[in-house]
Design a protein around this ligand. Structure first.
Ligand code: SF4
Length: 364
């Protein structure tokens, strides 16, 4: 098969968590040793199958979930299987998500396996808020885990913060952001809580005392300002990074580049085709094939995704009518037009879906 020199992004989904967080709708099951062992065998089988099917160089690997740190030392044979079956390019970004309440020996295993980027779901620096969210860690656990990661030699760490949580205010969101900054990560992801069906929060959503849309917007804008003042560049709607520390793997999604996802619920985009493994652990172990999910990578999708990132889109990609509308959005402070490119401002990122839809509507 033809060897393609461009780098593929590889996503691995580890569908286990010690306990389900109350807001989470990611596909994961409670950890059980015997099921996990069968899953791991199936995962390596799928890595081998795909390695034979597509001979591609890989330049980013992202191990997500679920809670990949439940793998413990198995992260070593996992990365070895990837190296043996794909051509992992020198300097590839290899990320694993971690729970702040992890066993720190996982960090040593990850380091020796060649993982060079960690992402911790810290979410808040307030123990009461963490408890409300159903997280198993405390703020002290998060600080301990990040410190242990530094000791283990990790120089590229991302931390998540969650905004608009129950009972939260601008003051509490800023306190959480200050806590995250005090841990000096290279990258920060800031998400506004969305109450999704099939979560514990969904059943009690009217009793959660959540901020309204304006309150959530004020938290987001305050945290954007705080993080930018601390030297983090706001390079995507929910993502901030020190110079050169943007997530190379996630940029592939927003740039409509190709990626392969392995594991139950993992999605792929290769040669213009989208497909995914069903959210079914048992079926994955039993060798379920990925399900086709249509085609992708068209002009509309590319523009939509490119507008999510701060680089934006060259103005010459838009028609005269769309540009007129863009200038009106610029006056309203929702977009910036500079150096021949259109991009969203912080305020525009808050209402990105409507701004993007309006611009594309004029163009397509
Ligand atoms: S938020 Fe993370 S740790 Fe919590 S249940 Fe979801 S995947 Fe698991």
């Amino acid at each position: 098969m033809r060897f393609l020199p461009d780098g593929l992004g590889l996503y691995i989904h580890i569908p286990f968590c010690a306990k389900k967080c109350k807001y989470c709708d990611f596909y994961s099951a409670c950890f059980c040793e015997s099921v996990y062992k069968n899953f791991f065998t199936a995962l390596v089988r799928e890595i081998k199958t795909w390695g034979k099917r597509i001979n591609r160089a890989v330049d980013t690997v992202y191990i997500g979930g679920g809670t990949p740190s439940v793998m413990g030392a198995d992260i070593i044979p996992l990365i070895n299987a990837i190296r043996e079956n794909f051509s992992l390019l020198p300097g590839a970004e290899i990320t694993t998500e971690c729970n702040p309440s992890l066993d720190v020996s996982f960090l040593e295993s990850a380091k020796s396996a060649g993982v060079n980027r960690l992402s911790f779901g810290v979410q808040s620096g307030d123990d009461a808020r963490l408890k409300t969210l159903g997280r198993t860690h405390t703020a002290a656990d998060a600080a301990f885990a990040v410190n242990a990661a530094r000791k283990a030699g990790f120089e590229n760490i991302s931390l998540d913060i969650m905004l608009a949580t129950p009972e939260s205010t601008v003051k509490s969101a800023k306190a959480d952001a200050n806590f995250i900054c005090s841990l000096s990560p290279e990258h920060i992801s800031a998400y506004i809580l969305k109450i999704e069906p099939n979560t514990a929060f969904y059943a009690i959503k009217d009793k959660l005392n959540l901020p309204d849309d304006d309150g959530a917007a004020r938290q987001y804008l305050a945290v954007c300002e705080l993080l930018e003042s601390r030297g983090y560049s706001h390079y995507e709607i929910s993502n901030f990074a020190r110079a050169g520390k943007e997530s190379r793997h996630n940029l592939k999604y927003w740039r409509c580049e190709e990626y392969l996802g392995i594991g139950p619920s993992a999605h792929s985009f290769i040669s213009g085709e989208r497909f995914y493994y069903p959210k079914d652990l048992k079926a994955f172990i039993g060798k379920a094939e990925p399900v086709p999910d249509g085609t992708g990578g068209g002009k509309e999708e590319k523009l939509m995704l490119s507008l999510r990132i701060s680089d934006g889109v060259p103005t010459n990609r838009f028609s005269g009518e769309a540009l007129k509308k863009a200038r009106r959005f610029e006056t309203a402070g929702l977009i910036k037009i500079s150096d021949g490119r259109i991009s969203l401002t912080d305020k525009g990122m808050l209402v990105s879906n409507s701004v993007i839809t309006e611009l594309l509507y004029e163009d397509l």
